[in-house]
Design a binder for this molecule. Structure first.
Ligand code: NAP
Length: 359
């Protein structure tokens, strides 16, 4: 892991409370497109927006706030005078450019996994550990998408009764692998419906009417990288280095929004009604738990929406100290772009505060 070399004075922790120069690195991608939409929808105060990508899409035009912007190739000079970089172009791109952007004075909020487990880099979900954002040194990491969604459901329960162990299975949509994977699911589904043989080029297998275990690199212990990200990142975000968590990550033929079946074991019984009330009141969570109508969260309920929907909260029949629940969240939105923008919003100086003062 590359340690971040940048060192910022405490006076540089907050973003100035004025329209900002914002660079979106990876602007042509699935997360980049969502970032652009959300900056507009949330009326984020932007003085200038710089869409950056690779030479492949440089020169292409993007519509933003009724204007046409031209994607520029990323290069060191692109970060001069930039206040905020929202990076979503993959780990190697972030490793190359984020430290340079931070050294040039920008705050980088990075969607890749490049810096997430770096002890110098905060890993932030604003509803869970907002205070961590204020200890940055120029780079803040946005957690893995499945982990963000999970942490929103775990944190309010853990605050009431400490969690002992979590067993989670994920049902991850094609868009989690980027814009091209989403398009591949569309086109291979058409191929299958037309009686053809689907041949995948983006994902390792065809996802059309199929599913497969997450294809991130397998580790010697038999878990894949995505599953271990869920373990290590959940521990870091929740400040629970001893938390026991085992994940099985699966890619499913859904275009957008991830789902998770979660078993949560506590040190003592957790009444279901109490858990339901806590989750109903939790920030970023929406309860969809209608046992009478047998209606629980589905990916289509959360697509294009902010909250993580949680439901089917029930006592685990096999373990008196455990609860079962189901959740769905739009991983491009809350699992990536929205979370990044919420971090930036958190850091915008309060009006009237002394220039640059963090808490
Ligand atoms: P994507 O749709 O494949 O987009 C990738 C973006 O990165 C494109 O804009 C691409 O530009 C740009 N890029 C690639 N190589 C580059 C280079 N050498 N220099 C500059 N730009 C380059 O991928 P995505 O799904 O948006 O994911 C982007 C990042 O966010 C990844 O790190 C991913 O792990 C993370 N993330 C994704 C999700 C999700 O649900 N998709 C959720 C959380 C985190 P070109 O068009 O020029 O190739």
């Amino acid at each position: 892991m590359t340690a971040v070399q940048t060192s910022l004075s405490p006076s540089s922790v907050c973003l100035p409370n004025r329209p900002l120069r914002v660079a979106v690195l990876g602007a042509s991608g699935a997360v980049g497109q969502e970032l652009l939409q959300l900056l507009e929808q949330r009326r984020f105060r932007v003085a200038e927006l710089l869409p950056l990508a690779s030479p492949r899409s440089a020169g292409q035009s993007l519509g933003w706030q009724g204007r046409a912007l031209t994607i520029q190739p990323v290069e060191a000079s692109a970060f001069e005078g930039v206040d905020l970089v929202l990076a979503s172009a993959g780990g190697s791109v972030s490793r190359q450019w984020a430290p340079l952007a931070a050294a040039a004075g920008a705050l980088v909020i990075d969607n890749s996994s490049a810096f997430r487990m770096d002890p110098e880099v905060p890993l932030v979900v604003p509803e869970v550990n907002p205070e961590a954002a204020f200890s940055h040194r120029g780079i803040i990491a946005n957690p893995n998408c499945t982990t963000i969604l999970l942490s929103l459901a775990l944190a309010p329960l853990h605050a009431r009764r400490p969690i002992r162990r979590v067993v989670v299975s994920t049902y991850q949509s094609a868009s989690g692998a980027g814009a091209r994977a989403m398009e591949e699911l569309r086109s291979l589904s058409r191929t299958v419906l037309d009686g053809g043989e689907p041949v995948s080029e983006v994902l390792p297998h065809s996802l059309a009417f199929n599913l497969f275990l997450h294809n991130s690199p397998l580790q010697p212990n038999g878990y894949c990288e995505e599953e271990l990200k869920m373990l290590h990142e959940t521990r870091k975000i929740m400040g629970t280095p001893e938390l026991r968590l085992s994940a099985t990550c699966v890619r499913v033929p859904v275009l957008r929004a991830h789902s998770e079946a979660v078993n949560i074991e506590f040190h003592e019984p957790f009444p279901v009604e109490e858990a339901r009330a806590l989750l109903a009141a939790a920030p970023g969570v929406e309860l969809l738990d209608d046992f009478d109508a047998n209606r629980f969260p589905m990916p289509t309920d959360v697509t294009g929406r902010d909250p993580v929907a949680v439901g089917r909260i029930r006592q685990d029949l096999s373990e008196p100290n455990a609860l079962e629940l189901w959740l769905c969240g739009d991983q491009i939105r809350k699992g990536a772009a929205l979370n990044a923008i919420q971090i930036a919003e958190l850091l915008i100086e309060a009006p009237g505060a002394q220039a640059g003062g963090g808490p």
